[in-house]
Design a protein around this ligand. Sequence first.
Ligand SMILES: Cc1cc2nc3c(=O)[nH]c(=O)nc-3n(C[C@H](O)[C@H](O)[C@H](O)COP(=O)(O)O)c2cc1C
Length: 166
Amino acid sequence: MKKIGIFYGSSTGVCESIAEKIAEKLQIASSDVNTPDKISSMAANYDVLLLGSSTWGSGELQDDWYDGLDALKNVDLTGKTVAFFGCGDSSSFCDTFCDAMGLIYEGIKDKGCNFVGRVSTADYNFSSSVAVVDNEFIGLALDEVNEDYKTDDRINAWIESIRPSI
Ligand SMILES: Cc1cc2nc3c(=O)[nH]c(=O)nc-3n(C[C@H](O)[C@H](O)[C@H](O)COP(=O)(O)O)c2cc1C
């Protein structure tokens, strides 16, 4: 069984509750669900990293991810499996929807990990996002502001898509 760790950044609790929901569905212990300040001390312990961030400002990382991403860049990620999830607002911030997922991906894309969990953009209404790579979201984009009724189905489909790899 691969060891899975979740690291999430959340300013008002939305991405935190998504992280907890994903953990529950994958039966990940709460001790393996942490904020990015724990990356330096804990990330090396895991085979699989599920990385979550909300997006703030105009397409910026959630605050905890500034240091978190620097820390992640210093972890040996070779051979690890990585998947992303993010929370945003596709209506008010349609030009920067869930950008933070893309920013984290940009920061670690050359570190030798195996990225899983891309999601089709077809079910979303937005204009642009740096989380879109080769016409797909690099991870699970969620919009609890406008489309919370879609969240459970989106999480379930994403989990099924990554399950064979984790
Ligand atoms: C000031 C402000 C800026 C935001 N900027 C963005 C943005 O650029 N892109 C986006 O998708 N969502 C943006 N959002 C929406 C948040 O990402 C969304 O509310 C999210 O659910 C917050 O999650 P959290 O509580 O885990 O931090 C913004 C929200 C606020 C209040």
